[in-house]
Structures are given as C-alpha cells and as structure tokens.
Design a protein around this ligand. Structure first.
Ligand SMILES: CC(C)(COP(=O)(O)OP(=O)(O)OC[C@H]1O[C@@H](n2cnc3c(N)ncnc32)[C@H](O)[C@@H]1OP(=O)(O)O)[C@@H](O)C(=O)NCCC(=O)NCCS
Length: 105
C-alpha cells in the first residue's frame, strides 16, 4: 500500500449527497508523483457510482485541512474546490474549510 483515501457521506441518504474527503495520505517517499491526484481521480467515480445505486447524485464535496497544507492546491486542481472559511487555531493551527461546488469529475 502506498496511500489511501477515505470518503464520507455527510448528508444522510438524501437525493443530493454531500461527500467529505475525510482523509487522504501517500507515503512520504512517494509524494509528488501523482499518487494523491490518482487516488482522487480513480476513487471519486466509484463513490459516485455507489451513490447512484442509492438513487443519489453528488451535490458538493467538503474537505478541511491545515491552512498551510499544500493539499489545498490538490483539492483546487482535482475538484475545483475553494476555501469558504478559515477557523483560527482549531487543531494544531488555522484550519481551512473547502467546498467543491462545480464538480470537475
Ligand atoms: C496531500 C498528499 C496526499 C498529496 O499526495 P501526492 O501524491 O504527493 O500528490 P500529487 O503528486 O498527486 O500532487 C498533486 C498536487 O498536489 C500539490 N502538491 C503535491 N506536493 C506538493 C508540494 N510538496 N508542494 C506544493 N504542492 C504540492 C500540487 O498542486 C500537485 O499538483 P502538480 O503536481 O500538478 O503541481 C500528500 O502530500 C500527503 O500524503 N500529505 C500528508 C497527509 C496530508 O496532509 N493529507 C491531507 C490532509 S487534509
């Protein structure tokens, strides 16, 4: 295993689902080789397919991360996500809350 991604369905069983990209990580030695992007690109269609089987479509994706985490750029590029709020000193530092409303995948 070189990395993993965890999606969570936040909206209960609604017709229009809101997903949270809850966790994503890649082995440090393999950063910067496109694995993080591939995890998103390859898993999201599978999740959307699962939603379709429930009769749901994907409305938004939410994700939060430390304000200084370069993962923000990944979320912008892969999902078209934008920062909607910053909460100061939440966990270990300021935390940004990010929403993808115009889904790219
Ligand atoms: C975030 C993480 C999963 C990205 O995985 P990765 O395999 O390194 O990412 P990719 O190689 O697919 O890069 C995708 C984009 O992320 C951004 N990125 C990745 N590494 C970066 C770095 N060191 N500095 C700046 N941007 C970076 C870039 O926008 C990159 O796109 P580009 O290659 O077109 O410039 C990885 O850095 C990681 O595991 N970090 C520790 C755990 C973590 O912070 N998870 C997110 C918590 S919310």
């Amino acid at each position: 295993m070189v990395g993993y991604i965890l999606w969570a369905q936040k909206s209960g069983f609604r017709d229009q689902a809101v997903l949270e990209l809850d966790q994503i990580t890649v082995l440090p030695a393999l950063h910067g080789q496109g694995i993080g992007r591939a995890l998103i690109d390859q898993s999201l269609p599978q999740v959307k397919s699962e939603l379709a089987q429930q009769g749901s479509t994907l409305k938004h994706i939410i994700v939060n991360t430390r304000a200084d985490n370069h993962a923000q750029q990944l979320y912008r590029d892969a999902l078209g996500a934008e920062v909607v709020a910053t909460i100061s000193d939440l966990y270990s530092a300021d935390e940004v809350f990010i929403v993808a409303r115009s889904l790219l995948l």
